[in-house]
Design a protein around this ligand. Structure first.
Ligand code: AMP
Ligand code: ZN
Length: 465
């Protein structure tokens, strides 16, 4: 089946067909590196990662660009307060971002352009818009006159007469003709970072960077553009006005937006003390993979309420899957195939894919895996699982993990000689009915992160998460 995704613009689920007939070209709005990224941002970044992974799963080559916003008002103010240059200030948070995404198993996009390294491209785009009559100048700043772009508002479906001002507005933007016009180029202010360009000294507005960088790397028309719902208006609406104003071509085929993450039922805000970073959660003992599991387990177009109980449940769900994988691996090679189970595994695979094909419905896809686990566990008890079934199931979970990226699908190996010897010594102690020594060894190993489980088939070990 084909992958179908919901498009904010058409409000319909539509088949994803690459415009060039082959490669999916995708742009996602990346982090503003003025601080550590919070888990709300990570809900959106994980959706984007799941999308990129599933596009590849479906066999499409992918070119994914994600920008880094490394210049804006907050960055300029914070850097000045810290006595650092913009580069020095943002480098620490960019580094932290890459550390965090590695822990969350978010893949690195193919191209990661930084705004400060693309000032020339932004200036060129603004010049083009100026030549075509979309802009006006006031006090050295350049604005986009939205009344000159007939299609303004088509993405957000907003009644613009009711919208007063843009979301991220500067207090000093009193020079605009219309409050909804947005700034493309900000005149230089004393003591602030600025660039000397053919537009005069100054710095770019926020929206222009995404138009300039997406079109530089993906061309004037491309397949997918993605971000959180708060970016629909005005950021993405403004991007359409900038890009289509300059090229006269349709900018993006599918606009996708991730719903918000709430925390304990409330909007995240620093003032409420409920704005968590991944680091905050790890300090409280949360496993990053359980966090990833939680953030991707609910369909991205529904709001998700983050709770610590939810992380606990995700941890249990992951343990259930990983324990099952350990158990299934123990089925020996001489066991005959159970044909009914083979059919059942094929059905689980098609249910899994049907869920994701239908606008990345992760809860349906995960339910397909859990149903299979439940039924196979019963068959394992009855010793009715064959070696062929074992292989089919392991391969299904390995494939599913290419998308979900949280399961323990690789066979774990013990490399530490001392641990191997301790496990053997404990087996021997149990044979000799020396249960005191066997228990001592269990505790010793637990200290070293190895958990033992005695089953009918023998002793099983796993690493504590
Ligand atoms: P920013 O660094 O503020 O530009 O945000 C990075 C990404 O996170 C953008 O796609 C935002 O739309 C998204 N985002 C911000 N807050 C939340 C939230 N609470 N839940 C989900 N996504 C969010
Ligand atoms: Zn953007």
């Amino acid at each position: 089946m084909a992958l179908r995704v919901y498009s904010t613009q058409t409000r319909q689920v539509q088949e994803l067909k690459p415009l060039d007939g082959r490669t999916v070209h995708m742009y996602t709005c990346g982090p503003t590196v003025y601080d550590f990224v919070h888990i709300g941002n990570f809900r959106t970044f994980i959706l984007q990662d799941l999308l990129r992974r599933y596009i590849k799963y479906k066999g499409f080559p992918l070119l994914h660009v994600m920008n880094m916003t490394d210049v804006d008002d907050k960055i300029i103010n914070n850097a000045r307060k810290a006595g650092l240059s913009i580069k020095e200030y943002t480098a620490q948070y960019a580094r932290a971002f890459f550390e965090d995404i590695e822990k969350l198993r978010i893949e690195t996009p193919e191209i990661i352009p930084y705004a400060t390294e693309h000032i020339d491209e932004m200036v060129e785009l603004i010049l083009k818009l100026r030549n075509k009559g979309y802009t006006y100048e006031s006090d050295g700043s350049i604005y986009y006159r939205i009344s000159s772009f007939g299609d303004y508002g088509r993405l957000s479906h907003l009644d613009l007469s009711e919208v007063q001002t843009e979301g991220r507005i500067d207090a000093d933007e009193y020079t605009k003709e219309n409050p909804r016009d947005f700034v493309l180029w900000k005149a230089k202010k004393e003591g602030e970072a600025s660039w000397d360009t053919p537009l005069g000294p100054g710095r770019p507005g926020w929206h222009i960077e995404c138009s300039a960088m997406s079109m530089k790397y993906l061309g004037g028309s491309f397949d997918i553009h993605c971000g959180g719902v708060d970016l629909i208006f005005p950021h993405h609406e403004n991007e359409i006005a900038q890009s289509e104003g300059a090229t006269g071509k349709p900018f993006v085929r599918h606009w996708m937006h991730c719903e918000f993450l709430l925390v304990e039922g409330e909007k995240m805000a620093k003032s409420k003390g409920n704005q968590y970073t991944l680091r905050d959660l790890m300090d409280r003992g949360c496993d990053p993979l359980a966090v990833r599991y939680l953030l991707q387990s609910v369909h991205y177009r529904k709001q998700l309420n983050f709770t610590f109980a939810g992380v606990g449940d995700s941890h249990s769900a992951l343990r259930r899957i990983n324990d099952f994988l350990l158990r299934i691996r123990e089925v020996s090679d001489d066991r005959p195939e159970n044909r009914d189970l083979s059919e059942r595994v094929a059905r689980a695979r098609s249910d899994f894919e049907a869920g994701l094909d239908n606008d990345l419905n992760t809860s349906v896809a995960l339910a397909a895996l859990f149903d299979l686990i439940k039924e196979t566990n019963i068959l394992l008890e009855r010793r009715e699982v064959g070696a062929a079934n074992r292989n089919q199931i392991l391969s299904l979970f390995a494939d599913a993990n290419q998308v979900f990226a949280v399961f323990q699908v690789e066979e774990q190996r013990l490399e530490d000689e001392e641990i191997i010897e301790l496990i053997e010594e404990r087996e021997e102690a149990r044979r000799q009915r020396d249960y005191q020594r066997a228990d001592e060894i269990r505790h010793l190993l637990a200290h070293r992160g190895i958990i033992l489980e005695d089953t009918k088939e023998g002793t099983r070990w796993k690493r504590a998460s």
